[in-house]
Ligand binder design. Structure first.
Ligand SMILES: [Zn+2]
Length: 302
C-alpha cells in the first residue's frame, strides 16, 4: 500500500496510489498559512489508525517549497508559516510508536513530484521533460536523462522567480519583477481587478463573469509573459516535452493560439519549432493526479 500526501498552500489531499497509478482519495482538508505541522501528524495517525493502515510500503509527500529530497528534509514552505526545517525521517519512529510500520518515506517539491507523475503516467521513457504548474505562483520540475534536476540549493527550476525587466507587485519570495507576478493565475486576477476596478476572488470568476473580449485581452497579456518563460525554458533545456498544468490550462482554448504564436516569435533560432512539444495537461478532477503519483515514485529519479 502506497500513501501519497499532496500539500498545497490552502489544501491537503491524502490518497492511496496503487502500482497501476490508480488513485483513491481518502482525505482532503482545507488549511491556511497557520496550519501546524504537528497537527498534521496527528491527522495522519488518525487516518491510518481508522483505516487499519498499519503497514505502508511508501509514504510520499509533495510539498509547496524548498525540499532536500536526498535526506527527506523540508527546508521551507513560504506559504505555510510552521513548515520549515522539518526532518521527515523522524516519521519512521514516530509512526512505529503508534504501531504503524512505514517502509519508505519520499519527500519532494510539489512540481518535481508533478514532473515525475507526468513521466510515469504518460510512460515517457528516455524523454527529457519540463513540467510547469501555473496557479497562485508558477513552479516547475525537470527530468533530464532520467533524473530530476534538483540543484545545489534545491532551487533548480524555480522558474516563477526568474525576473523580467518590469515591476509588478512584491512576490511571495520577497523580490520584485518575478515572472509569476505577471503570468500566474493570481497575477491575472490582480491585474484584472486593478485595471477594471473589479473584486474577483480568483481567475475562474473573471473568466465566467466578465466580458469575453476583456478576458481575451487579459490572456493575450498573459501569453506575452508566459511565452517569455517558455522560450527561456526551451533555450535552457530544449526538452522533448513541456507539460503545462494547473487549472488555468482548462481555459487553454482562450489563449492557446496567442501563446503558440508568441512562443514561435521568440524561439527564432529553432526553425519550425514543433508546438506539439507543448502539452496542456487538462485535469477535471479536484485533486492533482500528477503530484499524488509523482510523490510516491520521485525517489526513482534522484
Ligand atoms: Zn519571486
Amino acid at each position: 500500500m502506497n500513501i501519497s500526501v499532496d500539500v498545497g498552500g490552502s489544501h491537503i489531499d491524502i490518497a492511496t496510489v496503487n502500482e497501476d497509478f490508480k488513485i483513491n482519495l481518502i482525505y482532503s482538508i482545507d488549511i491556511d498559512s497557520n496550519f501546524r505541522f504537528d497537527d498534521f501528524i496527528y491527522i495522519l495517525f488518525d487516518i491510518f489508525g481508522k483505516r487499519g493502515l498499519f503497514v505502508i510500503d511508501k509514504l510520499g509527500f509533495a510539498l509547496p517549497g524548498t525540499v532536500d529530497p536526498y535526506r527527506n528534509y523540508c527546508i521551507n514552505c513560504p506559504n505555510l508559516k510552521y513548515w520549515k526545517s522539518l526532518d521527515f525521517n523522524y516519521f519512521y519512529q514516530k509512526f512505529r510508536d503508534k504501531g504503524i510500520y512505514i517502509k519508505r518515506i519520499v519527500v519532494s517539491n510539489d512540481c518535481n513530484a508533478g514532473a515525475v507523475g507526468a513521466y510515469k503516467v504518460l510512460r515517457l521513457k528516455e524523454k527529457n521533460i519540463v513540467y510547469i504548474a501555473v496557479g497562485t505562483g508558477i513552479g516547475a520540475g525537470a527530468i533530464i536523462n532520467g533524473r530530476l534536476l534538483i540543484g545545489s540549493n534545491f532551487s533548480a527550476m524555480e522558474v516563477g522567480h526568474t525576473k523580467i525587466d518590469r515591476k509588478s507587485y512584491k512576490c511571495g519570495c520577497g523580490a520584485f519583477s518575478c515572472i509569476e507576478t505577471f503570468a500566474s493565475a493570481k497575477a491575472l486576477t490582480n491585474y484584472y481587478n486593478q485595471f477594471y476596478k473589479t473584486t474577483h476572488k480568483n481567475l475562474l470568476s473573471v473568466i465566467e463573469k466578465e466580458n469575453v473580449f476583456r478576458v481575451k485581452r487579459l490572456f493575450k497579456r498573459f501569453s506575452k509573459y508566459f511565452s517569455t518563460l517558455i522560450s527561456n525554458v526551451i533555450y535552457f533545456i530544449d526538452p522533448d516535452f513541456i507539460f503545462l498544468s494547473g487549472k488555468i490550462v482548462l481555459s487553454s482554448e482562450i489563449f492557446e493560439s496567442f501563446l503558440f504564436n508568441d512562443v514561435i516569435s521568440k524561439v527564432t533560432m529553432i526553425e519550425g519549432y514543433d508546438l506539439s512539444r507543448i502539452v496542456f495537461l487538462k485535469e477535471v478532477k479536484n485533486y492533482n493526479t500528477y503530484n499524488l503519483i509523482g510523490a510516491v515514485w520521485a525517489d526513482e529519479f534522484i
